[in-house]
Design a protein around this ligand. Structure first.
Ligand code: 8YV
Length: 314
């Protein structure tokens, strides 16, 4: 008998979907017109949940699944996982570290370039005929010689610092825990990091510990010439303070892939000329989504065959 699992979202990799079907009795919640009824009909048989970093698993869903053994997250972020409901029951959680580092770091630097070189505005300048009309064109700012602050110096933060070096941008980092094996200097606080930086990259995990820590004070420290890039979680930034700072010029610009209440992006943010927005696509490439999905399959297979999990969340 194949183990029964809930699949909360489809993988764009046909191979991943085929493997899930082959090895497990899949209940596809993402396909159901009435997800609640589907879950209700199979809840007492479900032993695994394949979910995403955004959907995670709620306390309510975990409580409905008495035989749940494993939650396999298709993503690095586990802030949407209700660990308090899972730990006492010994339910295991896996995620997909490593395989998305390069794509997310690439997007972070792309957002910086798009923001500082004003790529979307220049694209409309050409398309709208403003160039042909010889409309005035504002100058952008160079990257070389600028300073970057990286808040959260894990795999993705480091990969961003490495890329920035090639642009002549030096990095510092801040996170509460000192990183031992790096020459990158550590700022004493997030506020100090922002003060010392032209660009602030948010790479810290979401969750209660980081909720709203990039607040009005940090944004003011980054300053009118500063640019905020967020590829982590919208919850880390106080979005209302960000809109305020960008509107009144306390902060120069922002490149954002993540938002507080996705997929809702406040109109006041979308209306600003000094922002570049993308719809949470850091890992959305063919190669990376396949690799992430494959890790989900591998973790589920390992669990149900009694083998060590490839990427457990400690
Ligand atoms: C995905 C993410 O968008 O890894 C994460 O934490 O936020 C993203 O890579 C998400 O997990 C959807 O699969």
């Amino acid at each position: 008998m194949k183990p029964e699992i809930l699949v909360m979202a489809a993988s764009p990799s046909p191979s991943v979907m085929e493997q899930l079907e082959r090895h497990f009795a899949c209940h596809h919640v993402w396909q159901a017109s009435d997800a609640d009824s589907l879950i209700g009909a199979v809840a007492d048989r479900v032993r695994g949940v394949a979910t995403t970093g955004i959907i995670g698993i709620s306390e309510e869903l975990a409580a409905r699944l008495p035989r749940l053994e494993i939650v396999a997250v298709n993503g690095i972020g586990v802030d949407a996982v209700a660990f308090d409901a899972l730990r006492p029951r010994g339910i295991r959680v896996t995620n997909t570290p490593g395989v998305l580092t390069d794509d997310v770091a690439d997007l972070a630097v792309t957002l910086l370039l798009a923001t500082t070189r004003r790529i979307p505005a220049l694209d409309s300048y050409v398309r709208s005929g403003a160039w042909a009309r010889k409309a005035p064109l504002a100058l952008a700012r160079s990257l070389r010689g600028k300073a970057a602050g990286i808040y959260g110096y894990g795999r993705i933060g480091r990969a961003i610092a490495q890329r920035l070096q090639a642009f002549g941008v030096a990095s510092r980092y801040y996170q509460p825990r000192v990183v031992a094996d790096t020459d990158t200097p550590r700022a004493a606080s997030l506020r100090e990091l922002a003060e010392q930086s032209d660009y602030l990259f948010v790479c810290a995990p979401g969750g209660a510990a980081t909720r709203g820590v990039v607040d009005a004070e940090v944004l003011a420290a980054l300053g009118p010439g500063g640019t905020l890039i967020n590829i982590a979680r919208g919850s880390v930034v106080d979005e209302a303070a960000l809109i305020e700072a960008l509107s009144n010029g306390t902060l120069g610009a922002a490149g954002l892939d993540v938002f507080e209440h996705e997929p809702h992006v406040p109109q006041a943010l979308a209306a600003l000329p000094n922002v570049v927005l993308t719809p949470h696509v850091g890992s959305l490439t063919t190669e990376t989504r396949h690799a992430m999905g494959q890790l989900v399959v591998d973790n589920l297979l390992a669990h149900f065959s009694g083998a060590p999990l490839p990427t457990p969340v400690p």
